[in-house]
Design a protein around this ligand. Structure first.
Ligand code: NDP
Length: 444
């Protein structure tokens, strides 16, 4: 039996109750097959795959807090420290009722490879709680965050483990958690990222994921003899990633003609008006019908539909599993050349395969949306230096990181005879650095 199959069997036997983690481990290990086969004996002797799929440690803890009616509530908190071979653990804190051990483990595992791809010294971790900030008062959110940090602070630190935001954890939650950490530890250090600008946050973090997506897309186009100038782009979503992806695409001379939210989508043949979209979504927090009402020539449609619009480039930036096989068929039929994922896992597996088999250049989220975590790592650097860089400094470093990621994943795919398979290239490039560091550091 090959070493990959052997390791997968062990992972399945050990983690049968964690389907999300199993799916992620299977996907990554399968795509690493060519690298593992080329080093089969060495990696087997080192038990490298068994060590890679077993977290360094996991914490699960009670989070009691008092709601506005004086009632005590109890949530479950999690932090997984998966792998710190190349740097302190780094990964977001997800606050959502669906959070459980398997989901945190799957996200922490994926984070190892994404963080490695950035080329920055950050290991893989993830955390969160089954707490839903939606519908809670500010005081309730603060009570939860303080209780959560009272336990979490025992396990994290600027050189140990640096959590960040994720679903449900925005600037407000990070602020409350940072305040509590500082209070308990009597220590002002960059222990969290995604902080406000007045207390150690980084300029350009808000724009980073959307801008980074466009920097890698531009490099992809350039390496295929094309440019962004004059291209028609369809984008899904109308949140943080989608808004700043639209802005940067337009700065590059492309025309973005769509956006969407969970109820409907906009077709704007004259190009999305970013200032209006920001006003509707960031200021008024309203539906996209308001965009259509204020913008002559724009059409609003109920439901899904952005992928039916003819385009050169498609950038899914909303949510998981939002681009299905039938959407991929429409994109191919309409002559789409490139799909790059701004969201995490927006393209289903069969849609990804169809796009790749039909010659569409496809870059998955692990590489294409790494600009967010890369800029979080730049926030850590600024905190360590006790300096703040200008917007332009952070943005130019982000651009260089995304260009490097493109070339690393492209080279890795080519080295294993899989030219153009950027999904495999991303897993391989992310893995190689971590594997080398693990072996160099001995059996720990
Ligand atoms: P936001 O919450 O700011 O925006 C998400 C957008 O997607 C909203 O406009 C939302 O609509 C829309 N949406 C949600 N569900 C659907 C759906 N089923 N169909 C169409 N639209 C939908 O999130 P972000 O922009 O921050 O994140 C988007 C994705 O990018 C996520 O997968 C996230 O994990 C990933 N990501 C984000 C990073 C970041 O730095 N922000 C970093 C790396 C990855 P509505 O307003 O109606 O809810």
């Amino acid at each position: 039996m090959s070493y990959v199959d052997e390791a997968l069997e062990k992972v399945k036997a050990k983690n049968a109750s964690e389907p999300e983690f199993l799916q992620a481990a299977e996907e990554v290990l399968e795509s690493l097959r060519p690298v593992i086969e080329a080093n089969e004996e060495k990696y087997r002797k080192e038990a490298l795959l068994e060590r890679l799929t077993e977290p360094d440690r996991q914490f699960k803890f009670r989070v009691p807090w008092v709601d506005d009616n004086g009632q005590v509530q109890v949530n479950t908190g999690y932090r997984i420290q998966f792998n710190n071979a190349i740097g302190p653990y780094k990964g977001g804190l997800r606050l959502h009722p669906s959070v459980n051990t398997g989901i945190i483990k799957f996200l922490g595992f994926e984070q190892i490879f994404k963080n490695s791809l950035t080329g920055l010294p950050i290991g893989g971790g993830k955390g969160g709680a089954d707490f839903d900030p939606k519908g809670k008062s500010d005081r309730e959110v603060m009570a939860f965050c303080q209780s959560f940090m009272t336990e979490l602070c025992k396990y994290i630190g600027a050189d140990v483990d640096v959590p960040a935001g994720d679903i449900g954890t925005g600037a407000r939650e990070i602020g409350y958690m940072f305040g509590q950490y500082k209070k308990i530890k009597s220590c002002y250090e960059g222990v969290l990222t995604g902080k406000g600008l007045s207390y150690g946050g980084s300029l350009a973090r808000t724009e980073a994921t959307g801008y980074g997506l466009l920097y890698i897309t531009e490099e992809l186009m350039k390496c295929h003899g094309e440019s962004m100038e004059g291209k028609t782009v369809v984008i899904s979503g109308a949140g943080n990633v989608a808004i700043y992806a639209t802005q940067k695409a337009q700065q590059m001379g492309a025309k973005v003609v769509t956006c969407s939210d969970s109820t409907g989508w906009i077709y704007d043949p004259n190009g999305i008006d970013v200032a209006l979209l920001k006003e509707v979504k960031e200021v008024k927090r309203a539906r996209l019908t308001e965009y259509a009402a204020a913008r002559p020539g724009a059409e609003y449609h109920e439901g899904r539909g952005v992928w039916s619009v003819k385009c050169d480039i498609a950038l899914p930036c909303a949510t998981q599993n939002e681009l299905h096989l039938e959407d991929a068929k429409l994109l191919v039929a309409n002559g789409c050349k490139a799909v790059c994922e701004g969201a995490n896992m927006p393209t289903t597996i069969d849609a990804t395969k169809y796009l790749q088999e039909n010659g569409v250049w496809f870059i998955g989220g692990k590489a294409a949306n790494a600009g967010g975590v890369a800029t979080s790592a730049l926030e850590m650097s600024q905190n360590s230096e006790r300096l703040s860089w200008t917007f332009e400094e952070v943005d130019s470093k982000l651009k260089q990181i995304m260009v490097n990621i493109y070339h690393n994943i492209d080279d890795a795919a080519k080295r294993y005879g899989q030219e153009g398979n950027y999904v495999m290239g991303a897993n391989i490039a992310g893995f190689e650095k971590v594997a080398e560091a693990m072996i160099a550091q001995g059996v720990v």
